[in-house]
Design a protein around this ligand. Structure first.
Ligand SMILES: [Fe+2]
Length: 195
C-alpha cells in the first residue's frame, strides 16, 4: 500500500510537470521532497487549492486555477527558462538550467505553511505572520543539503528581503516572479507590485 508521502509526491509530480525537467536526479528528488514536506506540515488537503495570495480569489479568471500557487509556480518556472534562453542566445550570458528551475520551483513553496484557510479565503497563519516570506522554504532547502546559491535565490526573490539577487539565476527568478504577478494584477485591474 502506498504511504501518504508517496501519494503526495505523485500529486506534486502531476501538478508541477516542470520538476521533471530538472536533469540532476538528486536535485529533482529534493525539490519534490521539499514540496511534500511543506505540504505534510500544513493543514492543506490538496495543494492545488492554495491561492497565490489573499487577494487572488476575487480576481477575474480567464483560465481556471489561474490564481493558484501551483499555476504561478509553473508560470515562473517556464518564464525563467525562456527568459534565460533569450538572454543566453542574444547576449551570450550562460545560465545553470537546473539551478534556475530549482529556484523557480521553490521560490514560493513556503506559502504552503505561510497561509492557511480555504480555496475561497486565505490568511497568514502563525509562520506567515512571524517569519519573513521565503525564509522557511530557504531553511528547508538548507536542511536538505541544497547549495547556498540556490537558498540565496529563494531568499532574494522577494522585496521582503533586504538582499538583492547576486547570481544570474536568482535575478531572473526575481524579475519573472514580478512579471507573472503584475500581468495578473493588471489584467484584474488591481494595484501592481511595481511602483
Ligand atoms: Fe512568486
Amino acid at each position: 500500500m502506498q504511504n501518504q508521502a508517496d501519494t503526495r509526491i505523485e500529486r506534486i509530480r502531476g501538478l508541477l510537470p516542470e520538476i521533471a525537467q530538472i536533469s540532476d536526479e538528486s536535485l529533482r528528488s529534493t525539490v519534490e521532497t521539499i514540496w511534500e514536506r511543506m505540504w505534510a506540515e500544513s493543514g492543506w488537503g490538496d495543494i492545488a487549492d492554495i491561492p497565490k495570495n489573499p487577494s487572488a480569489p476575487g480576481a477575474p479568471q480567464r483560465v481556471p486555477d489561474a490564481w493558484t500557487l501551483v499555476t504561478h509556480t509553473r508560470a515562473v518556472a517556464q518564464l525563467a527558462l525562456t527568459s534565460a534562453e533569450t538572454v543566453k542566445t542574444l547576449h551570450g550570458i550562460p545560465y545553470d538550467h537546473d539551478a534556475l528551475l530549482a529556484i523557480a520551483l521553490l521560490h514560493d513553496v513556503s506559502k504552503i505553511v505561510e497561509y492557511e484557510g480555504t480555496r475561497e479565503k486565505i490568511q497568514k497563519g502563525h509562520v506567515g505572520r512571524l517569519i519573513q516570506h521565503g525564509v522557511y522554504g530557504a531553511f528547508m532547502m538548507w536542511q536538505h543539503g541544497l547549495p547556498t546559491e540556490l537558498v540565496h535565490g529563494v531568499i532574494a526573490h522577494t522585496p521582503s528581503s533586504r538582499g538583492v539577487p547576486q547570481t544570474h539565476e536568482a535575478l531572473i527568478v526575481r524579475y519573472v516572479d514580478f512579471l507573472d504577478t503584475d500581468s495578473m494584477l493588471l489584467d484584474a485591474g488591481e494595484e501592481l507590485y511595481l511602483k
